[in-house]
Write a protein that binds this ligand. Structure first.
Ligand SMILES: [Zn+2]
Length: 100
């Protein structure tokens, strides 16, 4: 599902790592989601099947990055603001996303 979202940056303009907010077009996100050159549909099917079956982190992208639409990104940011208003997240310095 995250991979499908990655293909729709218009609908899901944000991506979040563990503590960092990105734009979905960020090169870091692309690397994490797993950019493979050429026609990789067969490879991708294999990865998706593996993920669906054992839910491991071996292929990485599904667990490290989350594609988010505007509302989800807003909630993500809200959930990372401490009781005193301190932000417990970072904005990526490469893609410099705007706060949702
Ligand atoms: Zn970024």
């Amino acid at each position: 599902m995250q991979r499908r979202r990655f293909d729709e940056p218009g609908r899901y303009p944000y991506a979040a790592g563990k503590h960092t907010l990105h734009r979905s077009a960020c090169q870091q996100v692309e690397r994490s989601v797993g950019h493979v050159e050429g026609d990789n549909s067969i490879w991708m099917h294999g990865a998706l099947t593996r993920l669906a079956h054992d839910n491991t982190t071996s292929s990485g992208w599904a667990t490290h990055m989350r594609m988010m639409d505007h509302d989800e990104a807003t909630a993500w940011v809200k959930g990372r603001i401490g009781p005193r208003g301190g932000a417990r997240y970072r904005l990526c310095r490469i893609c410099t996303p705007h706060l949702p």
